[in-house]
Design a protein around this ligand. Structure first.
Ligand SMILES: [Zn+2]
Length: 192
């Protein structure tokens, strides 16, 4: 009996050793790297934003890379708009030159010519989104709120054909927003 028992112990200890040898020395951390990859899998690093990202987001470059003064004004306005139960969603904010070029190519395909596309999408060199100075706000209740109160925060609609596109014009706080351009092709900044 004692012999069997001791053989059993040896066998068990061999099995245990074999299992230990197969186990990795360090546990990998797939959860962390997978979540980072997932987060940036759809162009978020270049400014793409998932739905329902608000001006208060602290995670996505599309929001966090906006010019600090613009972001501050947006958050101040959004805080006051929340009292009217209005939420400011960011449909598009900062964009990398790469993403801007993609959007421009898509616009040329959609509108059929560079000239027509220019009414909607600027080049990477000229786009105020690429410099972090422009934001496209949704939804309709938010743009309606901004068209009424935005000037008090220096937030102005710039183009008549883009009621969602806002930029910071600090003069607007005292003097109201400047006259809108019909579309971006009328904007001297887009001619340079
Ligand atoms: Zn815009």
């Amino acid at each position: 009996m004692p012999r069997i028992s001791s053989r059993l112990v040896v066998a068990l200890s061999l099995i245990t050793t074999a299992c230990a040898a197969q186990a990795p020395k360090y546990a990998p951390t797939p959860a962390v790297s997978a979540s980072v990859e997932r987060q940036w899998a759809h162009g978020e690093a270049d400014g793409a934003l998932p739905r329902r990202v608000t001006v208060f987001d602290e995670e996505y470059p599309g929001v966090t890379h906006l010019a600090p003064d613009l972001l501050r004004a947006l958050r101040e306005a959004a805080t006051d708009a929340a009292e009217d139960e209005v939420t400011f969603y960011v449909n598009s904010g900062w964009r990398s030159p790469k993403r801007q070029n993609e959007l421009l190519r898509e616009a040329v395909a959609k509108y059929g010519s560079k000239e027509e596309a220019a009414r909607w999408v600027a080049t990477a060199k000229r786009s105020r989104h690429v410099s972090g100075d422009a934001v496209d706000i949704g939804r309709l209740d938010a743009t309606a709120w901004l068209s009424e109160h935005g000037a008090e925060y220096g937030l102005c609609q710039i183009y008549r054909n883009e009621p969602w596109h806002y930029e910071l014009r600090t003069d607007a706080i005292d003097h109201g927003c400047p006259r809108m351009y019909a579309d971006p092709t009328q904007d001297p900044r887009m001619q340079q």
